[in-house]
Design a protein around this ligand. Sequence first.
Ligand code: GLU
Length: 488
Amino acid sequence: MAITKTVRVRLAPSPTGEVHIGTIWMAQFNWLFARQHDGAFVLRIEDTDQNRLVPGSVEHIYEALDWYELQPDEGPLQGGPYGPYIQSQRLDFYRQYAYQLVEQGSGYYCFCTSERLAELRQMQTAAKQAPRYDKKCVAIPPEQSRARVAAGEPAVVRLNIPVHGTIVHHDLVRGNVTFALDVLDDSVLMKSDGWPTYHLAVVVDDHLMNISHVIRAEEWLPSVPKHLLLYRAFGWDAPIFAHLPLILGSDRQKLSKRHGATSALTFRDEGFLSEAMQNFLVLMGWHPKGNEEILSRQQVLKQFRLEQINQAGAFFDRAKLEWINGAYIRSLEPASLVERLAPWWHIPSGASVSAEWKLRAVKAVRERMKKLTDVNELINFAFPAVWDQEFSLFNRQLLIPPKGSERAVKDNLAWTAKWLAGQSEPWSAGELKKQMISAIAAAGRLNAEALWPLRVALTLRAASPDVFDMLELLGKTESLRRVRSFVS
Ligand code: GLU
């Protein structure tokens, strides 16, 4: 794709609640495109629908963009040459342009009451027609409507959409899309209270902020003909549009809460790594030529092409996300993994653990971790307080290896307790393994019969890290205490 203008892209969220993961997904493509072309990534808060505002949402947007490392170059916090970047602070612009449209005849004042509009809608629905405005007020002579407005009569400004013809739109992702104008509704551009609606505000701002490419969700594709008519009416060049496909859940339906978490910050709180999320999100709807699954931002910046986004839909595959996150976790140095775990690892109060102990614990479980929060389930049984609590609820059937028996378990654990008591500390996993395996053989026992119950006694889990790693981590006294609890 040949780019002739300075690239300026924007994310234009409405602060109406939690930040959806789709917003971040979109932000990422905007951000990547800006970085790839030495452009600017602009954040604009679209808060003109004051009834839908949810306090705290703007802060959530900032926080999410920060966590996903998609910092804007311009925006309410960063400032910039095209501010203000919050639409509620730009009302004068919209008023001025709405007025201009009316003057030109591309827009008109509409005085219809909400009762009339409701009636119209009812009639149209009864006649099985799509509800839309019937252009009644377009017929009012301009001097008359101007006089009525000047006299204080409430009026909205509507877009005067031609009743015939088509408009062809070239989309970077969707290709050519043709819209018939005769089915479009003369949308309200400015409400009677002087606040603009989305259509007017978005076009005015994308123009005034010099936006070159609008990369946004597919749900806005039907708005394109209205936007193009507005650009035409103002005599402005329209930006290039790229409409991203829908994000689909496991059942190939639009991703929603019933598929699990959809809020961008919930993934952070569930223990996903920011860099793994970034990797996952970019592979949703796009893949590199070589089909690699683990890609750094730098690699993505080299390979990503906006026009290669798959228009068929982006599948949100949670299992893949967990796999990617696990791969990132394993690639961390144990010491940095310990650091990253700090907010997630619930060390019981009163437990004193050394940095070295944490390192060993992390090395023992990191292969099994899919999320940072997994650390608690995977290793916290090592804390005596946790083990004691779980012991009281423990189902002893878990101690019995396949083909084993309760009696053999007791016998093996008694033998193991005795053998462990005879070993001296410090002990290491490697040495213990060597010694114990030959002692088991010498005692005429079977590895599975001896080691299975030992591992379960130490961890209280059917699946757990290696038994010798656990002996080393727990130390002699605590290991013996656990084994003996099952023997006496
Ligand atoms: N404020 C719109 C939204 O909530 C932005 C649509 C657009 O990008 O044009 O998503």
